[in-house]
Design a protein around this ligand. Structure first.
Ligand SMILES: NC(=O)c1ccc[n+]([C@@H]2O[C@H](COP(=O)([O-])OP(=O)(O)OC[C@H]3O[C@@H](n4cnc5c(N)ncnc54)[C@H](O)[C@@H]3O)[C@@H](O)[C@H]2O)c1
Ligand SMILES: N[C@H](CO)Cc1c[nH]c[nH+]1
Ligand SMILES: [Zn+2]
Length: 868
């Protein structure tokens, strides 16, 4: 039996749970508590499944049929990302010898010979039909062989009950479709508790099975009993439900409130005990202790103490300072790390290691990371197959005089990819997946160019709607509550800073003031030039004059993101055009720092553009406060500015609420760039442009379209990308975004521009010969950067163009922020008597067609009047 399997069967799903697949059958949570999941990977689903795996590989323990994948690298990448086992075509098995039993063959019908040779790797027999004589034969043959992990998968529509019976006789692990399973008896479905009860062996007269309850760190909380019914209830409710020997079904915590969230159920090695992994609220034991075997110890205890301190540490205490002052915590971690390295005796080492762990856990708790998350990460790393070189990074290596192992052992660069090659995650190299348009089907290119998936719209709406409702109902109080929670700015007592802003809040170095002033002036000039000096006027017929004139929107709310990076430049990009347009009330909103203050650069810009206030809040709460107004936040007519998915969803939500009466600019989400490069392009410049957007956030995406580059030319860009990325302070973010970024090889400029127009990038960089001549081919893009001397970052800050731009392909229908975003256009008509005579007949006839008599008469009455 496969030792890693928690239960004696595998659940098969069509699409990874949570990626929008399963409709009927077990829910995502139910599959997750059963531990193991099996699915088939196709080239077009590879990326999606890989990302799923990177996130959830400890939650689901995935098994994959990879027979449809052609690239060995892709399969290795899945193993590296934590696939427990992959099933390949038998003829491919020898290519994966180094991975031992994590790679096994799959056959559609098993012969005696295959069974005999399957003892080392295991075997999957797919398309197993329990109704045929071959099934009985397979049982007979399999019984005598000791196959380590023998899986069978039924054909569609097979009698599952019969199938399970045969699997049991053949000592095989059945792969059961999640759509054929349910958490309790249901017609046409197999009940999971029943399968389990049939597999467990109880030596008790009442048939109950002992159940060890543990927390996520495997710390035993107590011993209880389960029945088929209680297991069904536990899976259905996703909580701890057991069978009390005296009182029947026992919903843990129903009376005490100390409930449990069910994480996973498993059977032990000889099927005579169950284990429930739970997330315990409060304590498990009826005595004053965490579990029946006593209190928590060690790191787990430290975690609990830190969590409660984080919630209640008195302001000004050392712990409160540690939580709110990132610099102090960083200094402590560095100090303790150094002391640990310098420790000599075993006592010193354990003393210093404990100190380091204390501050490391403080860092984790401050970031909302639990010990269980850390342990999951450790477990996931244990499945990696591509070992790190273990070299120290950048400044640390330099400080200690360490040379990377590769510098002494592997001086030659890796050969360039000859054709389509996926290099995701290959060793530690930061590199993008490469696809060649001439060798890969269009749908595969399209799939690879999909923006990184974000939380589903539904999930985000569920989070932001209660926030918006709360702000609407409770105003300032609610805004402050969320700021305390998300920004940790617990000392803040008012959500707004009103103008005039005190000088003390905008103290800046001379060079920063100069940079802001230069950028301010360029942005002002470019946006002022967009002003329509006089109304547009057209005489459509003699005596019929139509005009269009613009008026500033009175009150605008400008959102300046501040989650992963503080962006004063966004304050300029929104504030300056609002000022130029003549908006009367300019309200800024930005998440404050943990000490409640706002970045001085933002205050300085607010002062320069004449903002009336700064809302010290971020996310959906800031958007709601500006949309509806609160006791101290001014209600605005339009909200503009980029932000993360909570901000974008909240903007969309309030703009659909007629009670709010508020407009928005556009969906401006995670930053992205598409660089078109040809043989003329400087590899270092190309790499630097790609990285400048990759460093924004892990959800950013960058795309390189390489026109007719040789392998060596592409490799030069890849080498630069890796080299420059490893030197960046935000290298970890870059790794995340590069993992879902892509290079597409094309032959011609037309192919490149077709792809770019289809992708509709937020930023398009043309690093090609005669770049300015290609601009006429640009149909969809937020902003274009032309030629080798125009890095995208000039547009982010100082050139004068706006950096608040449509992402996610919305450049197909939206413009970026510009002067028009801050004005509305009003039209007017002015007719002379002659004009009305000229156009009157057309109006009256159309009114007649629409049977709107009053419309017709409004003209006829005047024409009659003229005749008198
Ligand atoms: N397209 C553009 O023009 C453009 C320009 C600048 C920045 N950006 C993008 O804007 C984004 C800024 O995102 P950010 O996160 O750094 O800052 P942000 O200010 O948009 O978001 C931070 C806020 O998110 C909220 N939040 C965080 N986690 C939450 C949760 N679990 N539940 C509810 N609310 C939660 C908090 O209220 C927090 O204040 C980035 O993706 C960046 O690439 C885009
Ligand atoms: N590139 C971002 C827009 O996608 C804007 C920005 C601000 N600061 C640096 N860059
Ligand atoms: Zn940027």
């Amino acid at each position: 039996m496969e030792s890693t399997l928690p239960l004696p069967f595998l659940v098969s799903v069509n699409v990874p749970p949570g990626l929008g697949g399963e409709k009927e059958g077990l829910s995502r949570e139910e599959v997750s508590c059963l531990g193991c999941v099996y699915f088939e990977v196709a080239p077009q689903t590879f990326e999606k499944i890989l990302r799923f795996l990177q996130r959830h590989n400890t939650e689901f323990q995935p098994f994959f049929d990879v027979t449809r994948l052609e690239s060995r690298d892709d399969i290795v990448t899945l193993l590296d990302a934590g696939a427990r086992k992959v099933f390949v075509k038998p003829e491919q098995l020898s290519d994966f010898a180094e991975f031992g039993s994590r790679v096994a063959p799959v056959v559609s019908d098993a012969s005696a010979q295959q069974l005999a040779s399957a003892t080392e790797h295991g075997l999957l027999v797919s398309n197993f039909d329990p109704a045929t004589p071959e099934a009985a034969q397979l049982v007979e043959e399999a019984k005598s062989k000791k196959i380590n992990s023998f899986f069978i998968k039924p054909i569609a529509g097979a009698d599952l009950e019969k199938f399970i019976g045969i699997a049991a006789q053949a000592n095989a692990i059945p792969i059961l479709p999640s759509t054929g399973l349910s958490s309790k008896e249901a017609s046409g479905k197999l009940a999971v508790p029943k399968i389990l009860a049939a597999s467990w062996k109880s030596d008790r007269a009442d048939g109950l099975i002992p159940t060890v309850v543990v927390d996520e760190h495997n710390t035993a909380l107590g011993l209880v009993y389960s029945s088929e019914e209680s297991v069904g209830e536990a899976i259905r409710t996703q909580t701890g439900v057991y069978q009390s020997r005296k009182r029947g079904l026992w919903y843990k915590g129903a009376s005490s409130g100390d409930t449990q969230e069910l994480v996973q159920i498993s059977l032990d090695c000889d099927n005579d005990a169950l284990k429930f992994v739970v997330r315990q609220k409060g304590r498990f034991c009826h005595l004053e202790q965490a579990g029946c075997f006593g209190d928590l110890k060690g790191i787990k205890k430290l975690e609990q103490t830190l969590i409660s301190r984080k919630q209640s540490a008195p302001a000004g205490s050392y712990t409160a300072r540690l939580f709110s002052d990132e610099k102090l915590l960083r200094a402590k971690i560095m100090e303790e790390a150094e002391e640990l390295c310098d420790a000599k005796t075993p006592e010193e080492v354990s003393f210093e290691a404990a100190d380091l762990i204390y501050f490391a856990m403080t860092r984790a708790v401050a970031a909302g990371v639990t010990l269980a998350d850390i342990e999951k990460s450790l477990d996931a790393k244990s499945f990696k197959v591509k070992r790190r070189t273990g070299d120290a990074k950048g400044k640390w290596a330099e400080k200690e005089g360490i040379k990377p192992a590769s510098a002494t052992t592997a001086p030659a660069p890796a050969p360039a990819p000859a054709k389509e090659e996926s290099k995701l995650g290959a060793s530690d190299r930061i590199t993008m997946k490469v696809l060649d348009i001439s060798q890969v089907p269009v749908d595969q290119i399209d799939a690879a160019l999909k923006r990184p998936s974000q939380k589903s719209a539904d999930a985000i709406t569920k989070i932001i709607v209660p926030i918006i409702d709360n702000v609407r109902k409770n105003g300032d109080k609610a805004v402050l509550e969320y700021t305390h929670k998300f920004e940790k700015a617990t000392s803040l007592t008012s959500p707004v800073l009103k103008a005039p802003f005190p000088e003390s809040l905008m103290q800046l170095p001379e060079e920063t003031i100069k940079a802001i002033d230069v950028s301010f002036e360029n942005i002002r000039k470019f946006h002022a030039a967009q002003k329509e000096e006089k109304p547009l006027q057209v005489e459509t017929m003699p005596g019929v004059v139509c005009s269009r004139f613009s008026r500033p929107i009175e009150a605008v709310g400008l959102y300046i993101p501040g989650g992963t990076a503080v962006l004063p430049s966004t304050a300029l990009m929104l504030g300056v055009p609002a000022m130029v347009a003549g908006c009367k009330k300019i309200v800024f909103a930005s998440p404050p720092r943990a000490d409640g203050s706002i970045t001085p650069e933002i205050v300085y810009v607010a002062h320069k553009v004449g903002a009336e206030s700064i809302v010290l809040a971020g996310g959906a709460q800031a958007v709601a406060a500006m949309a509806y107004g609160t006791e101290s936040v001014t209600k605005v007519d339009k909200i503009l500015g980029p932000g993360n998915q909570f901000v974008t969803a909240a903007k969309m939500y309030v703009s659909n609420d007629t009670n709010a009466g508020v407009g928005i600019d556009m969906p401006a989400g995670p930053s992205e760039v598409l660089v078109v490069a040809d043989k003329d392009a400087n590899p270092a410049f190309v790499a630097s442009d790609l990285l400048s957007q990759a460093e924004h956030g892990v959800d950013s995406q960058v795309v390189l379209i390489a026109i007719d580059l040789s392998d060596a030319e592409l490799l030069a860009i890849e080498d630069e990308l890796h080299r420059q990325a490893t030197e960046l302070p935000r290298v970890d973010i870059v790794r995340g975004s590069i993992a879902h970024s892509i290079t597409v090889k094309v032959k011609t400029i037309d192919e490149a521009m077709d792809l770019s127009n289809k992708y509709a990038p937020e930023h398009l960089i043309l690093q090609i010969k005669d770049a300015d001549k290609v601009v006429e081919k640009v149909m969809n893009a937020g902003s274009v950067f032309i030629g080798e001397w125009t890095p995208e970052s000039v547009g982010d800050y100082s050139a004068g163009v706006n950096h608040s731009l449509p992402t996610y392909g919305y450049a197909k229908q939206y413009s970026g922020v510009n002067l028009a975003s801050f004005v509305k256009h009003i039209t007017s008509s002015n007719l002379t008597a002659e004009g009305l005579r000229n156009v009157g007949d057309a109006v009256m006839q159309l009114a007649k067609v629409e049977e709107l008599e009053a419309h017709r008469r409004a003209v006829s009455i005047r024409l009659e009047h003229m005749k008198r």
